[in-house]
Design a protein around this ligand. Structure first.
Ligand SMILES: NC(=O)c1ccc[n+]([C@@H]2O[C@H](COP(=O)([O-])OP(=O)(O)OC[C@H]3O[C@@H](n4cnc5c(N)ncnc54)[C@H](OP(=O)(O)O)[C@@H]3O)[C@@H](O)[C@H]2O)c1
Length: 299
């Protein structure tokens, strides 16, 4: 497998690998094995979150990997139960403690809380201070709409380096991608191979397995690659970061074996055309601590 991975330069100059490894829904007991396998296969960016409940295991896998910390990119997220200035500081420190690291490479606000946006802003301002303190190399957001970005930018100094959003062939989130291009924000795709449609109920909006779509499977046949590899290549060829998740060693290896081919412009456009305009995940506009009362335990 080639080690020549695509890299992206964030708006503060930090270079990150475009392809990262996700651990949402990876049980803590499986996380060390999954992340260890991923790092051995060449992944250098690991995406976790306080709310995933596996930061400790991600940190342990990193320590066991034998790879220099400076070569790894650790990305985690603050959950909404820790928004507001005081709670955000506690939440951030707890993530560093659980991960067992002195700094994270990328720190994101997991969701906007549009109904309590002052708390979102206060949390982001804590993240800004973490950059000044050398405890986060870059900061950003997740699940923000263009309107949320506008409201944030009116009140903060640091333009988010990344907005991590649902993005796969059935939901291309074009308006958000356009706003990112204007603002200099890297688009990072969650559910990059459409996982959300496989673990959400079959009758959820926009559901269907993107990896079985004929446009994707025909391209997989053409290039001698798997459907997942074609979709990941679509992200990379359009300049996005993507975070496929797997606990299966052969799929972990498959998902990083994508640096030896590229799609034609017409093929990228054909995948873009699969967009349904329907997200599989929750509507960020509706998310707050009342509609989603789960709280991270920072004890
Ligand atoms: N910011 C947010 O709100 C948010 C929300 C969701 C996700 N995320 C991030 O994005 C990451 C990925 O998202 P995701 O887990 O929703 O979806 P995904 O990566 O698109 O898909 C994961 C699903 O696909 C399966 N899979 C993995 N590789 C495959 C392959 N090559 N062929 C066929 N199936 C494959 C996995 O099963 P196996 O594990 O059994 O292989 C899993 O069921 C998360 O882990 C997390 O880091 C962020």
């Amino acid at each position: 497998m080639t080690t020549e991975q695509t890299r992206l330069t964030l708006n503060n100059g930090l270079e990150i690998p475009a392809l990262g490894f996700g651990v949402f829904q990876t049980p803590p007991d499986d996380t060390i094995a999954a992340v260890t396998t991923a790092i051995a296969d060449g992944y250098r960016l690991i995406d976790t979150a306080a709310s995933y409940g596996n930061e400790r295991e991600v940190g342990e896998a990193i320590r066991r990997s034998g790879v220099d910390r400076a070569e790894l990119f650790v990305e985690t997220k603050l959950w909404i139960s820790d928004y507001g200035a005081d709670k955000a500081q506690v939440g951030f420190d707890a993530s560093l403690r659980r991960l067992g690291v002195d700094y994270v490479d990328v720190y994101l606000l997991h969701q906007p809380t549009p109904a309590d946006f002052d708390d979102t802003i206060a949390a982001y301002q804590v993240a800004e201070k973490m950059v000044e303190a050398g405890k986060a190399r870059a900061i950003g957001v997740s699940n923000f709409s263009p309107d949320h970005l506008t409201r944030l930018l009116e009140k903060v100094d640091v333009v988010p380096a990344i907005n991590q959003v649902e993005l796969h062939p059935y939901f291309t989130n074009a308006t958000v991608q356009h706003a990112h291009a204007t603002l200099g924000i890297v688009t990072q795709a969650w559910s990059p191979i459409g996982g959300i449609h496989r673990y959400r109920p079959a009758d959820a909006p926009g559901s269907g397995n993107v990896l079985e779509n004929p446009t994707i499977t025909d391209l997989a046949d053409k290039y001698g690659k798997s459907p997942a590899q074609v979709v990941l290549r679509w992200h990379l060829d359009q300049g996005r970061s993507a975070l496929p998740k797997s606990v299966n060693p052969s799929r972990i290896a498959e998902n990083i074996d994508v640096f030896d081919f590229a799609l034609e412009p017409a093929e990228l456009a054909a995948i873009d055309a699969l967009d349904t305009g329907l997200r599989g995940g929750p509507d960020p506009e509706q998310l707050n601590t009342r509609t989603f009362p789960f709280a991270v335990d920072n004890s």
